[in-house]
Design a protein around this ligand. Structure first.
Ligand code: MN
Length: 359
């Protein structure tokens, strides 16, 4: 209930008498419900959990007492509107980013009171993790680390990217992952120049760089890591690029701490690329937070003045991509600390690993 109380306090401070929470991750964060298609309606003195018949039993098991479970009759939105009208609420906030345009319009019509967009309110709480969330994330990270060590002994020329991804996903599940935290990326050879190359039927060949970007989920919390390995001797320019990406990644890992600004961190990660005139080959964000979502606020960006705070968990993931040749990315998960941060991912990265790996 502490999280719900915190939101009620924020509503009081913002003079908002009611809020409708429809982002499923926010619902889970606030009340612990792990199912789908359910929403929370908070008003000053009561909390309603609105769901349908499929989830009533589960909600009874997962929710704690002051939350009233309501099974809708017409629709989720109509039920919420009904409660709002019954309680003579004058204004209601809702998560515009998590309702479709038509549901947002319908919601406004149904409630017939003033509405306010309340995006990011719960996400802001979620950006700083408590002890329990950190513990769950560390478990998800450990599964990913074990998977990397396992897959080193599996990858060999002649296997397709999909075969490698399938083995990784199977291994993660067997080691306690509920599901992959996102579609596993295995991109080899020239496909490694695609920053987001999901595993394909392409067969891994000698000389390929292989980017492995993957994550596990433990009790709802995601891990996200990337390693790049070579299968046989790689193109020398890619081997050189590996060292440059590692330098950038370490610059980020060493710099991130409580109080550093997002844009400052971004430029520290980029500085080795700028020095070598390679910055334009780095064509995605340098990092993001992880938690109940695989990508959540805050982000590392040159456009953001956000100041990182203790107990945020960030990825740091610089990469360089040469179209038609290949790419390199290295990504770790870091727990932001007061003076020093803690790298949660432990998989080796100091030297480019060349497979097959005869350990
Ligand atoms: Mn990532």
């Amino acid at each position: 209930m502490k999280r719900i109380e915190r939101l009620l306090n924020k509503m009081a401070a913002e003079n908002l008498p009611a809020i409708y929470v429809s982002n499923p991750k926010n619902v889970r964060y606030l009340c612990g419900f792990t199912g789908e298609d359910s929403t929370l309606l908070l008003i000053e003195n009561a909390v309603f959990f609105i769901t349908d018949r499929r989830y009533v039993e589960q909600a009874r098991a997962e929710l704690s007492n002051p939350i009233q479970i309501v099974c809708w009759t017409q629709s989720l939105l109509a039920e919420a509107a009904e409660i709002i009208r019954k309680h003579h609420i004058e204004e209601v906030g809702f998560e515009g980013a998590h309702l479709s345009y038509s549901d947002g319009e319908l919601f406004k019509t149904l409630v017939q009171v003033k509405t306010r967009i309340a995006d990011g309110w719960v996400e802001e709480f979620r950006a700083v993790k408590d002890e329990d969330e950190i513990r769950k994330t560390i478990e998800a990270v450990k599964i990913a680390d074990r998977t990397f060590m396992h897959i080193l002994n599996f990858i060999r020329p002649g296997l397709s990217e999909k075969q490698v991804a399938t083995e990784m996903e199977h291994f993660m599940k067997q080691n306690g992952s509920e599901k992959t935290s996102f579609e596993t990326i295995v991109s080899s050879g020239i496909r490694s120049a695609y920053p987001h190359g999901e595993a394909s039927e392409k067969v891994i060949e000698l000389g390929d760089m292989v980017i492995l970007d993957f994550g596990a989920t433990f009790q709802g919390y995601a891990s996200d890591m990337t390693r790049t390995v070579a299968v046989g001797e790689p193109n020398p320019s890619l081997a050189e690029m590996y060292d440059l990406v590692l330098e950038a990644e370490l610059a980020g890992v060493n710099a991130i701490r409580h109080g550093i600004k997002s844009n400052e961190l971004d430029s520290m990660i980029r500085s080795p690329f700028v020095r070598e005139n390679m910055n334009e080959r780095f064509n995605h964000g340098a990092g993001h937070s992880i938690g109940l979502d695989i990508h959540e606020a805050p982000y590392i960006s040159y456009r953001s003045e956000h100041e990182f705070v203790e107990n945020t968990i960030m990825t740091i993931e610089p990469g360089l991509y040469l179209p038609g040749i290949g790419g390199v990315r290295i990504e770790d998960d870091v727990l932001v600390g007061k003076k020093q941060s803690r790298v949660l991912t432990k998989s080796p990265k100091r030297d480019l690993i060349i497979l097959p790996f005869f350990a």
